[in-house]
Write a new protein. Structure first.
Length: 335
């Protein structure tokens, strides 16, 4: 709610009003100062765990006391909106995080605070334990499909955007996870351990790949391509690699047909073959760099032979994928 000023903050004189830029504004005739009222910036974080549950807090203050919302708060002076969203997350839930991407920016009006600009981010949890802060009665994860009755409409819209963004990827992930059904995973087996890590962290691997491929000098065309499209393509590559680790090689013909089709499609889209192969090589790099350092799993449970077998499988998969991409690319050029 906007509060009317009675005295000038600069000279202390009584404030009047004046029409400026077509709008009546508070004005000090003594020092010729116009006072502009601007919307307040608010930030929210969407933090989702591996069970597709979103982190919410139960408000302990007005407005909307005793209602659930995303971890949210006002941006303070001398901090960026990214710093603000991570600070509010830490203060309200006890978690530390990393900003993944901007989800939504909307203007809205609140009866308590007036005009607001609400900025929502997807945030990845990197540490801490969920504990309600001073402004909250409770903090906990809720199924992401059961978040319609939140305190603030921009929170509902931000979660909807998150769900829409990942809907197709979740379908692929669910399909990927079904590969492991029917037997219990044994993480002492390299293929099972890799499968477990990738199903948990495929999103992170894909995000790291995108950050690399859009600025890498060997893949310049990807910078101008639709991000959502290249995200789903990269996620599928990571998922198929997990399938390669679990499935017999004679059951993978459908995958190699896929990469043959990828080669044809990339030529039709105008990509250079060198860029496509480099992008695949970067995917291999990010699988290596993410999986190998994970805790002490590889060092403690697997002998040197197992680590060598893992690297051999990674290289074999991507070498075969590169061969079929090249084959499809050449076939498209012969038409």
């Amino acid at each position: 709610m906007s509060v009317k000023r009675n005295y000038c903050l600069r000279c202390g004189a009584t404030i009047g009003s004046k029409k400026v830029d077509g709008t009546k504004r508070e004005y000090c005739p003594t020092c010729d100062t116009v006072f502009y009222d601007n919307p307040l910036p608010v930030v929210s974080s969407v933090v989702v765990n591996k069970n597709r549950e979103v982190l919410l807090v139960l408000r302990d203050r007005e407005p909307e006391k005793a209602r659930w919302c995303l971890p949210s708060g006002f941006v303070e002076m001398n901090e960026s909106i990214e710093e603000a969203v991570l600070r509010e997350l830490r203060e309200e839930t006890g978690l530390t995080g990393k900003v993944v991407r901007l989800l939504d920016t909307v203007s809205c009006r609140n009866e308590f605070y007036g005009d607001l600009i609400w900025i929502s981010f997807e945030v990845q949890r990197i540490g801490g334990k969920v504990v309600a802060g001073d402004d909250a009665r409770d903090a906990r994860y809720w199924p992401i499909t059961k978040t319609k009755d939140l305190a603030f409409p921009p929170n509902v819209e931000a979660i909807k955007r998150y769900r829409d963004y990942y809907r197709e990827l979740w379908k692929m992930e669910d399909s990927f996870k079904r590969l492991g059904k029917g037997r219990k995973l044994d993480t002492s087996i390299p293929s099972d351990a890799l499968y477990e890590i990738i199903t948990r962290d495929a999103h992170i691997i894909t995000e790291n790949w995108i950050a690399d491929v859009v600025q890498n000098p060997t893949t310049t065309s990807y910078a101008g391509f639709d991000r959502d499209d290249i995200y789903s393509r990269a996620y599928k590559v990571v998922s198929q690699f997990g399938e390669w680790m679990l499935a017999p090689t004679d059951a993978m013909s459908v995958v190699w047909d896929y990469y043959r089709g990828v080669g044809r499609k990339r030529r039709e889209e105008g990509f250079k073959l060198s860029e496509v192969l480099s992008a695949m090589s970067l995917t291999r790099k990010h699988i290596f760099t993410h999986v190998l350092p994970r805790g002490g799993v590889w060092r403690k449970q697997f002998a040197m032979y197992s680590a060598i077998e893992f690297m051999w499988r990674v290289n074999l998969f991507f070498d075969k994928a590169a061969y079929y991409i090249t084959l499809g690319y050449e076939e498209a050029g012969e038409k």
